[in-house]
Write a protein that binds this ligand. Structure first.
Ligand code: HEC
Length: 94
């Protein structure tokens, strides 16, 4: 009888374990994200630019402590440069 109860206990514990595993895989699964809308990109970029304190030196349209965002965009466009690549650290200063 003792052996039977022991086996039953192991069986119950094991069934609980498999349930937990199933839940864990569900929680860690990352859903694929759809392409963001233009407005969402502007919103997130604006937030990133403020949160990373870029705004302490760069203003949008006037030279503050550093070239303005508009000026930087103009220079990058004129030189046909890739600003995303620069900000990711994959290319040098212009
Ligand atoms: C401490 C002040 C300061 C902060 C903070 C700052 N910048 Fe700058 N940034 C400058 C200055 C000054 C220049 C001009 C450098 C030059 O022309 O030699 C510059 C230039 C740039 C350029 C042009 C680079 C090039 O190729 O000429 C980009 C793009 C830029 N900053 C993006 C950012 C971003 C994004 C952030 C926030 C993560 C940021 N900056 C934060 C001072 C700052």
């Amino acid at each position: 009888m003792r052996l039977f109860s022991f086996l039953l206990l192991i069986l119950i514990l094991n069934s609980c374990n498999t349930n937990n595993k199933a839940e864990n895989t569900l929680e860690t699964a990352v859903p694929e994200r759809a392409e963001l809308s233009y407005d969402s990109k502007i919103f997130l970029g604006n937030r990133l630019f403020s949160e990373k304190t870029c705004v302490t030196c760069h203003a949008i349209d006037t030279y503050y402590k550093a070239p303005s965002v508009i000026e930087i965009m103009k220079i990058y466009k004129e030189n046909n440069a890739d600003i995303v690549s620069f900000l990711k650290g994959n290319s040098n200063l212009l």
